[in-house]
Design a protein around this ligand. Sequence first.
Ligand code: ADP
Ligand code: MG
Length: 366
Amino acid sequence: MWLKQLNIENCRLIDKWAIELSDSVNLVIGGNAAGKSSLLEAVSILASGRSFRTPRIREVIRNGTEQLTVTGRVHDDALQSEYPIGISKTLKNTRIRINHADVNQQAELSSHLPLTVIHPDTITLLTGSPGQRRALLDWVAFYRNKDFHQDWKNYQRVLKQRNSCLRDPQQRYALQYWTEQLVKLQPRIHHFREDALQAIIEALDNLKFLFKQQGSLVLKLYNGFPAQVKLNDETQLSAFYASKQEQESDQGMTLYGCHRGDLNMLFDGLPVAQFASRGQLKMFGIALLLAQSEAITTKDTKRGIIAIDDLASELDSDNQDLLYQVLKQTRQQLIVTGTRPPEGGFLPKHGKMFHVEHGRIDDIKM
Ligand SMILES: Nc1ncnc2c1ncn2[C@@H]1O[C@H](COP(=O)(O)OP(=O)(O)O)[C@@H](O)[C@H]1O
Ligand SMILES: [Mg+2]
């Protein structure tokens, strides 16, 4: 799947933009505050209902207006067909239409536009809280296993119920029931994540030369329990939760389980976040996200979309060259922003270049 056409209304400084994209490389070039990141935010909203820069839609809706709208046409490589897709957001409502039908769930959008965004804060994937790393795995699991999303939603629901039981003595009678439900879901979620990690590791193998002179990266899944606890053994898991009941009710929340899992990353045997340089972290983060994009590209989606905001930021020219070499070979649709175009030779014949200026976008005829 790739995005053939994009229309944006009232997204940050963007009043009204309409562009036709190439299925290969799209370069978006402009100075500071021209609207480059805003354009990618609009793509992100179309692909997931959310901006990659903020959870608060209020910040994204253009000042003085009430409704942000992003629409587009998706090209389906498997079916060789095209259809419209769109989302409107006000402070109170979200309205989604896919192929002329109303849709309730934002997650539906993602199955039509498998988007990976790489932006200047990407290194927080390595240095930040585990939530981002779980999201990386869960995103891949979402595309690879049809059952994942339902299990994941159940997990969130069961966790919430169990936490209420831990917090409120009057609800304590139901604790055992919710613990049993949570115990059943642990090996399922973990299994989906293992499969996702395997796919990421395989994809990463082809991207090794992005950091090969710098050492080797090993990824390990942590399941949210002490090592001796076996997730497949329901009796042992229930007994473990029973042994932690006092601690968990003191804190009023479930302290063990997949929601506390993580993806540990070791670089030459040491935790990446502590020992790698900023430049290395940046390259690892980019490699991980490129691997994620590869891993979500399944038989159904055929290819995905990679959006890179401000590609050159914090990368020296050697690393930029390495990255351009990898990107040249990808089958994914690319939307790359920057303050100046890359050195000659990167843009393929049928690629496109856009120039943005405060509030305006022009298709540069090549
Ligand atoms: N909600 C908004 N309404 C109008 N303008 C906004 C809004 N949010 C941000 N902006 C403006 O958009 C510009 C930033 O655009 P951005 O896409 O980040 O630029 P670039 O990535 O090209 O540097 C800034 O000038 C900022 O003031
Ligand atoms: Mg920007």
